[in-house]
Design a protein around this ligand. Sequence first.
Ligand code: C2E
Ligand code: CA
Ligand code: CA
Ligand code: CA
Length: 280
Amino acid sequence: SKSKGRNRYEFFSHAIEEQAIEKRRLIEEMRIALKLGQFVLFYQPIFDQCGINATKAEALIRWNHPQRGLIGPNEFIPVAEENGLIEDIGNWVRGQAIEDAAYFYQLSGKKMQVSVNTSPLQIDHDGLWVDEWILACNKHDLPRDTMIIEVTENTLMDPDSPVQQQMQRLNHYGIDIAIDDFGVGYSSLAYLQRLDIDILKIDRSFIKHMDTNESSIALVRAIITMAHNLKVKVVAEGVETEGQHQLLKQLSCDYLQGYLFAKPMPSKDFIDQYVTPTLL
Ligand code: C2E
Ligand code: CA
Ligand code: CA
Ligand code: CA
């Protein structure tokens, strides 16, 4: 009936309004979190084929919320991307990751490459974003190939976008570029050559089915072969089983990341276990 329809409409419009209020609250809280230093970076080691030595680590943001505890990025990064706050958060992530990388280097005397996630919205067109990267590396006396910037495929698809030029500058300065979530995005691969990409990270969805699905293995094999022909290294994301590990080793996958080896952890734990393990 008519009145029932109206009730439903009111119900939904009410729910949508709630959602909008909730979002505004989240945005306000994120601004405060930036000021009060509530964001932290966790580190997940990335291992060689044998799954023993870690020479890289991915920096993954967490929000240490005073009431709600530790919040994962999926709960707030998309909202930050929607309203522009991602720029400030991204700047904080860059600064912290470079500072941490410099500290790891100082502690161990060895290079531990730190991989930083980057939203396409952070990469401005006037080059300031790249300038900031270079300045921050210089400030900490950090060899620039200590840092890896992770971007998704769609960031690099349009050859006419000014983003291309910025990525080329990064590459020129010696910062490595990794393609995140490889395989789930667009299918044009021209950018791999155009931008001198260093690393492909095969999306977890492909790795997940390798144990049970021949065609997943074939796909992963094809990606690795193509990458190696282009002199691009390969990281498998989300390795969870020993079966996947052995298959990836057989396929000559260069690096492995996943819960089978280690979960993301606070930088202190990361230092104890992977930067200065001999001191344990
Ligand atoms: P991502 O870049 O694909 O990061 C990998 C995600 O997979 C991480 O989730 C990690 O904890 C999780 N993971 C690692 N190994 C395994 C595994 O073996 N099994 C399973 N099921 N998951 C695994 P997390 O930390 O929740 O991050 C989610 C996403 O948030 C990231 O996906 C990335 O897109 C985004 N993100 C994280 N940190 C930042 C940041 O500093 N800036 C930006 N812009 N985005 C970030
Ligand atoms: Ca990533
Ligand atoms: Ca490069
Ligand atoms: Ca990924």
